[in-house]
Write a protein that binds this ligand. Structure first.
Ligand SMILES: NC(=O)c1ccc[n+]([C@@H]2O[C@H](COP(=O)([O-])OP(=O)(O)OC[C@H]3O[C@@H](n4cnc5c(N)ncnc54)[C@H](O)[C@@H]3O)[C@@H](O)[C@H]2O)c1
Length: 407
């Protein structure tokens, strides 16, 4: 039996996938409300194919609980934020979850950390907790790191098809855990040591962040001299060894905007490009605000309450708002005392999370003259004609109506 600890964006689909493929699974989360929702037969976030997977897993007998189970394998997928001051990983959630696991786990159990962690975290934070409970690592308890690569919006497909990494202290344990993931994963599974697995995962997200920062910096340079960044990237990408990403309003989510900071925090004198990339990407929401200000001046507009932000999530077609550029822009506007004036709408966010939030596209459009496209949800891509007559700032390069402004 496997006890998956932490049933969020990563833990839930992983638990469901295993259960749907014949592994006996109990999912544990200390959030009682979340467990109640799952036990009531409902999923806790929107994701393509998740409801169907949930149904299969429930039929296969998956259980959800706030209690930790006595079992031979644990998969820990709890949050790993960074400390705002030091930029180092905040391992407190992982430590607390492992402590709770230690209270119930029998000798011989394998504890898999799926959460993304900075290199050395398992040595520095997890091993001491296991040893403090009287276990000998490698004899009584086996530690493994199995980071996740799935992308919100395509999680169910990627869980099956991505390749993945398993870091273990010895190859036999690595192979044993690989066998469990093989129950559903058709990708290549590489077995390595724990520190290599930790570093590899953080490096992957850092690579993405740096490449996004390059595209964003190009957007700023092109804007300064009125060049078309998208056309320049389109042409440059015809070069067989060039693949520039698309600029945007910033980087959100729980991975790319977080993990590179771990390296900045741990290697302050060495992680220079990495720090610069983070700073460039974190500066994009303010750059978009400046664009809005310039366009309003150009158009002779002065009423911020007639400006509408389309999209609250950090990427298209998901309901995850963590670290989203829109939220960062609203926060920044709040500091200038105008954050509660703009109108906001996102088809994926049903709850009211910000002031002046609309829940109907037509009503939202009626209330604004200037639409800032911040997320490329399919909904707006399929309804572009509704934007005719509005002033439009398109930060995602999805709108090709006449007169549209780009970042
Ligand atoms: N979201 C992504 O796209 C993504 C992709 C790859 C990797 N990751 C990594 O996976 C990890 C989990 O991220 P997430 O997005 O699933 O987070 P999340 O916030 O969606 O979910 C974490 C869950 O853990 C629960 N939890 C926290 N501490 C607990 C404890 N001690 N006992 C029981 N439950 C506990 C919380 O209640 C929450 O439901 C992070 O390290 C993240 O960096 C996330």
């Amino acid at each position: 039996m496997v006890n998956v600890v932490g049933l969020g964006y990563i833990g839930l689909p992983t638990a469901l996938m295993m259960a749907a493929h014949g592994v006996e699974v109990v999912g544990t989360d200390y959030n009682q409300e979340l467990v109640n929702t799952l036990n009531a037969g409902k999923t806790t976030f929107k994701e393509d194919g998740l409801d169907e997977l949930f149904e299969q897993a429930v039929k296969a007998g998956i259980k959800f609980s706030t209690k930790y189970e006595k079992t031979d394998m644990y998969i820990v997928s709890v949050p790993t934020p960074y400390d705002a001051e030091s930029k180092k990983i905040d391992a407190s959630y992982v430590v607390s979850a492992v402590k709770s696991v230690m209270d119930v786990c029998p000798k011989g159990a394998t504890v898999v950390i799926e959460s993304t962690v900075s290199p050395g975290t398992i040595d520095r934070f997890v091993r001491p907790v296991v040893e403090a409970n009287g276990f000998v690592i490698g004899e009584d308890i086996h530690l493994v790191h199995a980071p996740e690569r799935i992308i919100p919006g395509n999680m169910v497909f990627e869980l099956v098809n991505n390749s993945r990494t398993i870091g273990a202290d010895n190859v036999e344990i690595g192979e044993k855990v690989k066998g469990v993931y093989k129950s559903f994963c058709q990708g290549d599974i590489v077995v390595t040591d724990i520190r290599t697995a930790e570093m590899t995962k953080v490096v992957e997200n850092t690579f993405r962040d740096i490449n996004i920062a390059f595209a964003n910096e190009l957007a700023k340079i092109c804007r300064a001299d009125n060049m078309d960044v998208y056309e320049i990237i389109r042409i440059a990408n015809k070069h067989p060894r060039v693949n520039i990403l698309t600029p945007g309003p910033g980087v959100g989510g729980h991975c790319i905007s977080v993990d590179p900071w771990f390296l900045v925090g741990d290697y302050p004198g060495l992680a220079n490009i990495i720090k610069m990339a983070r700073t460039i990407n974190d500066g994009m929401p303010d750059f978009v605000l400046e664009r809005i200000h310039t366009i309003m001046k150009e158009k002779g507009m002065d009423d911020v309450s007639r400006v509408g932000f389309y999209g609250l999530t950090y990427k298209e077609n998901v309901d995850d708002m963590r670290e989203s550029p829109t939220l960062q822009m609203l926060e920044s506007m709040e500091r200038h005392l105008c954050g509660n004036l703009v109108k906001v709408y996102d088809p994926f966010i049903e709850k009211n999370v910000v002031p002046n939030q609309y829940h109907d596209l037509d009503e939202f459009l009626e209330a604004v003259d200037f639409v800032v496209l911040l997320v490329g949800h399919d909904e707006i891509k399929n309804n572009m004609e509704k934007l005719k007559g509005k002033v439009i700032l398109d930060t995602r390069n999805i709108c090709f109506l006449e007169g549209v402004y780009k970042i």
